[in-house]
Ligand binder design. Structure first.
Ligand SMILES: Cc1cc2nc3c(=O)[nH]c(=O)nc-3n(C[C@H](O)[C@H](O)[C@H](O)COP(=O)(O)O)c2cc1C
Length: 183
């Protein structure tokens, strides 16, 4: 396991996980916005995965293990997480559980629910993984609602109000990760 001690001055090393594998995924767009923001936290990579390839699984586990914190951006599928994301979470949870003790945040772009139910399922799984989610701000986006699109046709986040909420989410995650590592 990597050390969880974080120097206060350096940007956090965070990995982002997109729950959708679509080429123009809005949830990947969320993570691209985080990379662009270069805020107090620094998203070092967006992790993707394939099934049935052990070397890819090992690399995935290593990247999670090396991260100070984790951001999930995931749609809701049938009131829960997409199975591809659950599968990746499960791979990295086998002993040693590389999620344990890390700070985490979640945001979702989905249909009518904005992904609320999938976020609460993820938080529930986090209890088992010993993954510590920040509570606020909550970021749920209903991509089917509103007169103006929140993401463009490439899946990139173009709504300024939502971008401000994502920035706040990053600030909260950063502060919480530092508190957690020094406690
Ligand atoms: C199999 C499937 C099930 C879905 N179930 C839900 C759901 O229960 N609630 C919801 O709000 N949206 C649901 N959706 C809509 C997705 O959450 C929505 O398409 C999302 O924006 C896709 O994210 P992406 O752009 O990152 O791929 C479902 C979509 C699929 C393909």
């Amino acid at each position: 396991m990597s050390s969880l001690s974080i120097e206060k001055r350096r940007p956090l090393k965070i990995v982002g996980l997109a729950g959708s594998v679509r080429a123009t995924s809005t949830n990947k767009g969320f993570l691209n916005a985080v990379i662009e923001m270069r805020s107090v936290t620094c998203l070092s990579s967006i992790l993707t995965w394939r099934r049935k390839v052990p070397e890819v699984v090992l690399q995935f586990r290593r990247k999670v293990d090396e991260a100070d914190a984790v951001i999930f951006a995931s749609p809701e599928y049938n009131y829960s997480l997409p199975p591809a994301l659950k599968n990746a979470i499960d791979w990295a949870s086998r002993p040693p559980n590389v999620w344990a003790g890390k700070a985490a945040a979640v945001m979702s772009a989905a249909g009518g629910s904005g992904g609320k139910r999938s976020q609460y399922h993820l938080r529930q799984i986090g209890v088992c993984l010993d993954l510590h989610f920040i509570n606020k701000p909550e970021v749920f986006v209903n991509t089917h609602e509103g007169p103006l699109p929140k993401f463009d046709t490439n899946g990139d986040l173009i709504d300024e109000e939502i971008r401000a909420r994502v920035r706040q989410l990053l600030r909260s995650l950063h502060a919480f990760a530092i508190r957690l590592s020094s406690s």
